[in-house]
Design a protein around this ligand. Structure first.
Ligand code: NDP
Length: 240
């Protein structure tokens, strides 16, 4: 039986590359998305990977989704908490809604999904959770107090849960991507992007596959001695 992997935000950008690479490695992959039905349909047709729409920030929605996945595919062995959004503004202009949406989608989602799979992972003595953080959670970023707080929170969440899961075969790790060429980064004004690329020693934006490769490494059955770590994949932009 192949391992069952849920990738949140798994239909576009980095998540899409993660879903595809895990499938290539033999996992039974289920890709979640939040609202873009068109992209999800195209993704599913292209890859043959089933998709499931739910809001990762809402516990009851996650609960219903995990129940459905378990009934169709069996218990979830791997969760990749990848879904994320930005709502950028400097703090003196940031609204409570911009703060709450980012915390909910990027950080509360990690609690929701981990909470819903952890009991069965502990019972079965196997689990892999990978949370996608960000270079901006490590270094901070102008205009992203909400996003940096959420991503920084992910790194603490990862280390704490790793301690709880270690004796039960459940590893919990994070990846902190640098700037990766996806829709999220294409939304950055070109002049700003040029300045960002100039600061990346490798001299280019990351590819989604660069991050997917890291996920595959961390979720492998024989990666059982790697837990509580944050893998920075950023072309040398920030050495933490
Ligand atoms: P994209 O914007 O390209 O894709 C985001 C994905 O998340 C989509 O599948 C989207 O679904 C899904 N999503 C968003 N909100 C929700 C929600 N509430 N519930 C369920 N799914 C949701 O993002 P990226 O691929 O660029 O980023 C992926 C992750 O990597 C994020 O966590 C991001 O913060 C992080 N990251 C990205 C970097 C980059 O340079 N791109 C750098 C550092 C970190 P839908 O298609 O329905 O909208």
């Amino acid at each position: 039986m192949s391992r069952v992997a849920l990738v949140t935000g798994g239909t576009r950008g980095i998540g899409k590359a993660i879903s595809v690479m895990l499938k290539q490695k033999g996992y039974t992959v289920i890709a979640n998305y939040g609202g873009n039905d068109e992209a999800a349909k195209a993704f599913s047709e292209e890859t043959g990977i089933p998709v499931i729409k739910f809001d990762v920030g809402k516990f009851s929605d996650c609960e219903a989704a995990i129940k459905k996945i378990e009934s169709e595919h069996g218990p979830v062995d791997v969760v990749v908490n990848n879904a994320g959004i930005t709502r950028d503004a400097v703090l003196h202009r940031m609204t409570p809604t911009q703060w709450e949406e980012v915390i909910q989608t990027n950080l509360t989602s990690c609690f929701n999904l981990a909470r819903l799979v952890i009991d069965k992972m502990r019972e079965r003595g196997f689990g892999r959770i990978v949370n996608i953080g960000s270079i901006n959670g490590q270094a901070g970023q102008y205009g992203q107090v909400n996003y940096a707080a959420a991503k920084s929170g992910i790194h603490g969440f990862t280390k704490a849960l790793a301690q709880e899961g270690a004796a039960k075969g459940v590893t919990v790790n994070a990846i902190a991507p640098g700037y990766v060429d996806t829709d999220m980064v294409r939304a950055v004004p070109p002049a700003v992007l040029e300045k960002i690329i100039a600061k990346i020693p490798v001299g280019r934006l990351g590819h989604a596959e660069d991050i997917a490769r890291g996920v595959c490494f961390l979720v492998a059955d024989d990666a059982d001695f790697i837990t509580g770590t944050t893998l920075s994949i950023n072309g040398g932009q920030h050495m933490y």
